[in-house]
Design a protein around this ligand. Sequence first.
Ligand SMILES: Cc1cc2nc3c(=O)[nH]c(=O)nc-3n(C[C@H](O)[C@H](O)[C@H](O)COP(=O)(O)O)c2cc1C
Length: 297
Amino acid sequence: MLLRIGSLTLTGNVLLAPMAGYCHLPFRLLVRKCGGAALAFTDLLNAEGVVRETCHTLRLAQTCAEDYPLAMQLVGADPRRMAEAAKWAVDHGAAVVDINMGCPAPKIVRLGQGARLLCDTDLAVRIAAEVVRTVPHTPVTVKMRLGWDDGHIVAPELARRMEQEGVAAVTVHGRTAAMKFGGTCRLEGIAAVVEAVRGIPVIGNGDIRTPEDARRMIERTGCAGVMVGRAALGAPWLLRHIDAFLRDGTLLPQPALEEKCRLMREHFENACRLRGEEWAVREFRQRITWYGKHLGP
Ligand SMILES: Cc1cc2nc3c(=O)[nH]c(=O)nc-3n(C[C@H](O)[C@H](O)[C@H](O)COP(=O)(O)O)c2cc1C
């Protein structure tokens, strides 16, 4: 179950996904304490904001000793700027530098960043090469979707080229950018990427809600690890359950209601301590609906 990402050996193969606005330090600490998260990611960090050290970006990049190992995820389309941001990330606690090539949000793709790089794979490769060259002692990874749309599936070829440039692992969300979050994750698309690369690990991502989903993803695609996003928002214990199941088939029982309430309180206390009470209250107005899905009988 160990996963090697370049020079970094992870203790498991279940990863917490980057989710802008959700996977900040208070939540990452909660998930890590629940167990099972071999690696966690920051929110999307805009390379320009990183280099200029804007307040907003510094807050998104906030980390601490217990938040290890951490991948800092960069977004941008200028190879030089991305490389400078990668250097900053390594100097400020990143164990892994991840490059976003999957975000379909209009405000990102309009700038030629995120998933738009799937339409200019030469530029995508140049960005990765420049980042790898600038932080040679830190693993660099790429998170991508299958392609821009069904007519332009590029992930297998792009992942192969990334590997040649020294990228240490790729994560593939099994949807195209055009699908956004609609339809279902295409396992055969992830399998094609696993087949295309020679030796780097491929992390499968998309629609994993249960330990059985994670095992199916691995069996059907041959991926080396799995990344869990939305399903962890209301169930921060899910990664521990997936990790246990992948190791030896153990299906852990759902936490009791009291334990779920204790975890919510811990999340709130983390938020108060790290961001202040006002922020924590606003945060919980949106988070409570995710937790609510798991509080019934
Ligand atoms: C609210 C939200 C924010 C997200 N932000 C990011 C992000 O900043 N970077 C990124 O690579 N993916 C981001 N994603 C995509 C997730 O990392 C993941 O690829 C996607 O949700 C599919 O996995 P899931 O089905 O387990 O949620 C985001 C997804 C959601 C729902």
